[in-house]
Design a binder for this molecule. Structure first.
Ligand SMILES: Cc1ncc(C[n+]2csc(CCOP(=O)(O)OP(=O)(O)O)c2C)c(N)n1
Length: 661
């Protein structure tokens, strides 16, 4: 081993961070400079990783929750020898097409475990990673799964409300392999954190069931001792590391001036002189780089030992493990869904789609009982997403596959991101559709990262009735459809629910929302072919007898209205058709020709959806008829509420007749 002083290794991080931010004329030098000692101790003495194999399954996970300090992570990836993170990438920090974007992005940069930047997300995602580790370790044993999840977070992470949800869950579940290093520098953008905060973080974490202590975050021995202790704890650990933001900057260290802008030539020169770093930009002394590279391959032996241990598993177990980590679904899933659809065809169900979803879950569960990981934010009985045979995940029952997240929608969504990113599970979680508002930042990250998290969102419209406008989503469908890479399905009956579940589980490069009703709906589908009819987002459910004068488009509960309107028009000798559109955005993503084939040429186009109109013009045109919501809802029994807002089959018929003259 090359013996190099710890301080010189930490200063290599500081130098690279200062130079990259200076060259880009933007970025955040303060955190990497303050946290360099913490990161150096972690990466050279504790973190189990192999820079040459950044995706090795049993590696420790490292999450830089304070994503604005991205240069800390990029410097570490370069220094430890990640082959994609070259010096040129550091020189191109924040430039178009570089591997060094402003904030770390999963999928974009090798070695980045999750996208961070929106404060609070990283620590909450890490809780999910630690949950996945605990579950998989219980299932496959420590010889297959035995790693830690480390987080560096900042004041901002801990001020965000999401962190409270995450901390409470981690403490409750005794996630002792989760170790959070808090960059306790007392500075945020506006100035000292005392401007707006007086929380004793050590006490806060302790009260949530964590081990926690305050240390000098610039003292390598103290950092190492605290991490070593944390590794032995039977609780998750938070180490508050007192640091100086912009450590080494002669006049700006310890102030908000070093948080988020280049130091400037004078200050940078002064900092380098003070720290004893070469003034030559982006230079790292040979012996320092060599020592870092050795640190980067510290984990090779551990990885090889793991591979040897894995080779002792039976082929079946090993294949299953690999398949799950690749997010591939078992062949038995398609068979289970096919059989379920056949059963539904023979036994039509007039039930709420949330209940249809429960039936689908029960039908699929046996095909993937250990990887189908569901949960609810305290609405299990209302969202109907617990399989009959599922047992609860708790600190003492890590083989349970149903998670009670408590009233923590945001924490649930972020944890599911972490569970998926860790690998081994198909996570789904449920609440009311209206409360997508409470999970939205984490849902946006699922979409941005392109990961297959499933959101089960029930109580989908005014159709939920008496709970009233606080609980009745109206703008949520439009909002979720507007999010790139988010897929929203609002199925109209039990067969569509089964098909949408199949599509959701097989979509592993982006998240899916299943939007489900509280009220019963008839089974409208009279076929259940092998082909998944929801796969194009919309399809002709009822064909016209003759050339269609009217096309009705609807999703979810309003498809029944469209079908009834079609019948009434037929009785009057007017040919019309019904297009069921469980996913408007999927329809609109099809090639133009295919879209037009589904939308059809009927001169009158009418969309019916108990939500706002946004998005529908692309199907019905600006002059198309829309029967839906134009305001918030109201509290009333179901049978009164659709009538009150004029969302009925009669309204659809009248609109058609008016248009046809
Ligand atoms: C949810 C969210 N809100 C606001 C921001 C913008 N922002 C970036 S860093 C930061 C706070 C910086 O303070 P701290 O977390 O203590 O980081 P440090 O100054 O120590 O680098 C803010 C408000 C953000 N990234 N995410």
């Amino acid at each position: 081993m090359t013996q190099v002083d710890h301080t010189r290794m930490a200063n290599a991080i500081r130098g690279l961070a200062m130079d990259a931010v200076e060259k880009a004329k933007s970025g955040h030098p303060g955190l990497p400079m303050g946290c360099a000692d913490v990161a150096t101790v972690l990466f050279t003495q504790f973190l189990k990783y192999d820079a040459a194999e950044p995706n090795w399954p049993d590696r420790d996970r490292f999450v830089l929750s304070a994503g604005h300090g991205s240069m800390l992570l990029y410097a570490l990836l370069y220094l430890t020898g990640n082959s994609e993170m070259t010096l040129d990438q550091l020189k191109n920090f924040r430039q178009l097409g570089s591997k060094t974007p402003g904030h770390p992005e999963y999928h974009h940069t090798s070695g980045v475990e999750t996208t961070t930047g929106p404060l609070g997300q990283g620590i909450a995602t890490a809780v999910g990673m630690a949950v996945a580790e605990k579950m998989l370790a219980a299932e496959y044993g420590k010889k297959a799964v035995d790693h830690h999840t480390y987080v560096i977070c900042s004041d901002g992470d801990l001020m965000e409300g999401l962190s409270q949800e995450a901390i409470a869950l981690a403490g409750h579940w005794k996630l002792n392999k989760l170790i959070v290093l808090y960059d306790d520098n007392g500075i945020s953008i506006d100035g000292p954190t005392t401007l707006s905060d007086g929380v004793d973080q050590v006490k806060r974490f302790k009260s949530a069931g964590w081990a926690s202590e305050l240390i000098d975050g610039q003292d390598q021995k103290a950092i190492a001792a605290a991490i070593a202790k944390a590794q032995k704890s039977n609780k998750p650990t938070m180490i508050a590391c007192k640091t100086t933001i912009g450590y080494g900057a002669p006049t700006k260290a310890g102030t908000n001036k070093v948080h988020g802008e280049a130091l400037g030539a004078e200050e940078l020169k002064g900092a380098k002189e003070k720290l004893g770093i070469s003034l030559e930009p982006f230079s790292v002394p040979d012996d320092v780089l060599k020592a870092w590279r050795e640190a980067g391959s510290r984990g090779v032996a551990a990885r090889k030992e793991w591979e040897t241990r894995m080779s002792t598993l039976s082929n079946r177990k090993r294949d299953e493990f690999d398949r799950r980590l690749r997010h591939e679904r078992p062949a038995s899933l398609a068979k289970a869904i096919k059989a379920h659809k056949k059963w539904l065809l023979e036994n039509p169900q007039k039930i709420a789609t949330r209940k249809s979803s429960e039936l689908a879950i029960d039908a699929m569960y046996a095909a993937m009982p250990m990887e189908f990981l569901s949960g609810s934010a305290d609405l299990t009985g209302s969202t109907n997403n617990k399989a009959k045979t599922a047992t609860n995940f708790e600190a003492k029952t890590p083989k349970g596959r149903f998670v009670h997240y408590g009233i923590r929608e945001h924490g649930m969504a972020a944890a599911m991101n972490g569970i998926f990113l860790h690998g081994g599970f198909a996570p789904s979680g449920a609440t009311f559709f209206c409360f997508t508002d409470y999970c939205r930042p984490a849902m946006r990250l699922s979409a941005l990262m392109g990961i297959g998290v499933i959101y089960i969102m029930t109580h989908d419209s005014i159709g939920l009735g008496e709970d009233g406008p606080t609980h009745q989503p109206v703008e949520h469908l439009a909002a979720m459809r507007a999010m790139p890479n988010m897929r929203t399905f609002r199925p109209c009956d039990a067969i569509e629910v089964a098909e949408c579940w199949e599509l959701a589980l097989n979509r592993t490069d982006g998240p899916t929302i299943l939007v489900l009703t509280r009220q019963s709906l008839p089974q409208l589908r009279t076929d259940a072919p092998a082909q998944n009819r929801c796969a194009e987002g919309a399809y002709e459910l009822v064909a016209a007898h003759g050339e269609a004068k009217v096309s009705f488009f609807a999703s979810g509960s309003e498809v029944e209205m469209a079908v009834n309107a079609q019948k009434t028009l037929a009785e009057r000798g007017i040919a019309s058709r019904v297009v069921s559109a469980p996913s408007l955005e999927l329809l609109l993503s099809l090639p133009e020709e295919r879209q037009q084939a589904i939308i059809g040429k009927a001169p009158v186009k009418i969309a019916i959806e108990a939500a706002v109109r946004w998005g529908w013009d692309a199907v019905i045109g600006h002059d198309g008829e829309f029967i839906g919501m134009h305001s918030f809802g109201t509290s009333a029994p179901l049978n009164k509420i659709f009538q009150h807002f004029g969302i009925t089959a009669e309204a659809a018929v009248n609109a058609a007749l008016k248009r046809l003259g």
